[in-house]
Design a protein around this ligand. Sequence first.
Ligand code: NAD
Length: 283
Amino acid sequence: MIDSLWEHGGGRRANVRNGISLVHMDIRDEAIGRIFADFKPEIVNHHAAQHSVAISARDPVYDAQVNVVGLLNVLDHAARAGARKLIFASSGAIYGTPERFPITEATPQHPSSPYGITKMVGEHYLRFYRENRGLDFTALRYGNVYGPRQDPNGEAGVIAIFIAKFLAREPVRIDWDGEQTRDYVFVQDVAAANLAALEAGSGEAYVIGTGKKTSVNDIYRALVQLTGFEAPVERAPQRPGDARDAQFDSDKARLQLGWTPETELLDGIRAAYDYFERLPPGY
Ligand SMILES: NC(=O)c1ccc[n+]([C@@H]2O[C@H](COP(=O)([O-])OP(=O)(O)OC[C@H]3O[C@@H](n4cnc5c(N)ncnc54)[C@H](O)[C@@H]3O)[C@@H](O)[C@H]2O)c1
């Protein structure tokens, strides 16, 4: 795998499993060409990204350098090395705040952040490379992914952040009225969608979510139920640009990839909590 272990990202050397070699390199670096030429991958799984909506709003140029130019560097070298397919971690952020829920693949795309814009643009480049360079793709538009090893700075950070606060017996901050909802999908289910895309979903994009709306208050209540600790709540205003709701209809993924999310929210939160609880202090 190639990863720059970006300081604001969730990539950590400790998360790389035994037997997997890590090349510490930036996807924008021309030198990735050597790795592709040597390794000659059949399939490229592209998850490296500037993944923060907030950073993308502060620094849209950097966001595009990684998420567009970096992606192009990967696509180009993958095609040159004769790869068959690229699986792309896209995002529900390409939709912005749609007029109707649930979101499907046909929902009009109106991204409200530079991050959402670069993911949307990325999908168009996938199509270009499929049509012109013979490199197939499957794009997976994730809802809010959560689970063990989660980076608390990511899009679904609230679950990891709350778990850390509950473990430290500290107050949690709830923005707005806490009734804003997201579609939280467990990381193992997302991994299963990636496995399904190895053989299916040629040239297609799929919405990957549970179809369930979960509010910030629901997550708070789940953690109270799990831990028996009523963490004090600090109230804060709505964050600028924060969407009210998100909910995905993954019927297309079910029909074409044979994918269904299997993890209930409480089980997923428990798995994440157990993982964070076992980490050494100060990790
Ligand atoms: N977590 C979510 O809820 C979510 C939702 C939708 C889409 N996604 C997408 O899924 C993918 C994985 O996200 P994640 O949440 O696991 O984040 P993550 O930070 O754990 O993973 C992203 C990885 O990209 C690496 N990276 C960043 N910039 C790089 C660069 N220039 N060169 C090489 N490596 C670089 C980071 O070091 C990190 O390991 C991303 O493409 C993200 O946009 C995530």
